[in-house]
Design a protein around this ligand. Structure first.
Ligand code: DHB
Ligand code: FE
Length: 286
């Protein structure tokens, strides 16, 4: 069959300081070395498992959107997306090329599966999207393939539940695998892990929570999807809620639709990076 296929899912934090470390040539410094070392495998893996398109689930941090407009789920259907100026000028990274044809197909299919998506035809992309690309690709002249940005509101309450994100992942899988071109598609879930950037608990990191989350994401995503918001906030900090985006990518994997369990190609955890815990996982569909 000449249909598109989800070949793998990638999960990673998107700490902005990681982007700054790369852009300012500091990735070899002792503080950063152990973090970037955890992604050496991943960079080679991405070269060996080159996708045709990356469907990248991330959150905008009041960059493209603001309190004036807060879409819960937004799909980027443009030809290209410019790295955003988040206050220090845009990151010196390549412009992100989109895949309007596949994005429009996914929008059609997922909306018909009763999820309300906001269609975005012009959008700058912030560290939520560019830092995962940098971690996985290094510093290339151009990103290795087109990317469909999929922005989730995890910044301003009310935010979507883990359950809804997981169900959305299932719908995205159906959408992608009903596209009649033989594209290899990876789905990336980004953000997290435990972190809190404000208030008396700023700097909170919870290794036990994070590692239990990784275990359950691999082995029991359905069970993990029922974790309520309040548990994320209590245990992983106010910004730990970014982790619900990982459930979108996990919900799109083959085993959730009755296929074989994924292969854990890589797992990495490191603290701290800036104020946060960094988690990373690569799951391959067999
Ligand atoms: C920071 C910002 C983020 O969006 C995030 O997910 C982690 C850390 C920060 O400003 O340090
Ligand atoms: Fe963030």
């Amino acid at each position: 069959m000449n249909m598109a296929k989800i070949t793998a899912s990638v999960y990673t934090s998107h700490v902005p300081a990681i982007g700054a470390a790369l852009d300012l040539g500091k990735s070899g410094e002792p503080y950063w070395q152990p973090l970037f070392k955890g992604y050496d495998f991943s960079k080679q893996w991405l070269k060996d498992n080159q996708p045709d398109v990356i469907f990248l689930v991330y959150n905008d941090h009041a960059t493209a959107f603001s309190l004036e407009m807060i879409p819960t789920f937004a799909i980027g259907c443009a030809d290209s997306f410019t790295p955003a100026d988040e206050g220090w000028g845009p990151r010196p990274v390549p412009v992100v090329q989109g895949h309007p044809e596949l994005a429009a197909h996914i929008a059609q299919s997922v909306i018909q599966q009763d999820f309300d998506l906001t269609i975005v035809n012009k959008m700058d992309v912030d560290h939520g999207l560019t830092v995962p690309l940098s971690l996985m690709c290094g510093q290339p002249q151009a990103w290795p393939c087109p990317v469909i940005p999929f922005a989730v509101n995890v910044v301003q309450y009310p935010v979507p539940s883990g359950r809804r994100c997981f169900e959305l992942g299932k719908a995205i899988r159906k959408a992608i695998e009903s596209f009649d071109k033989p594209l290899k598609v990876q789905i990336w879930g980004t953000g997290g892990m435990s972190h809190q950037l404000q208030g008396p608990r700023a700097g909170l990191i919870n290794k036990e929570f994070d590692n239990a989350f990784l275990d359950q994401l691999i082995a029991d995503p359905e069970g993990l999807a029922s974790k309520p918001h309040i548990d994320y906030v209590r245990e992983a900090g106010s910004e730990g809620i970014e982790l619900v985006m990982w459930l979108i990518a996990r919900g799109a994997m083959a085993d959730v639709a009755g296929g074989p369990a994924p292969k854990v190609a890589h797992r990495f955890y490191h603290v701290p990076a800036s104020n946060t815990a960094v988690g990373h996982l690569i799951l391959e569909n067999k």
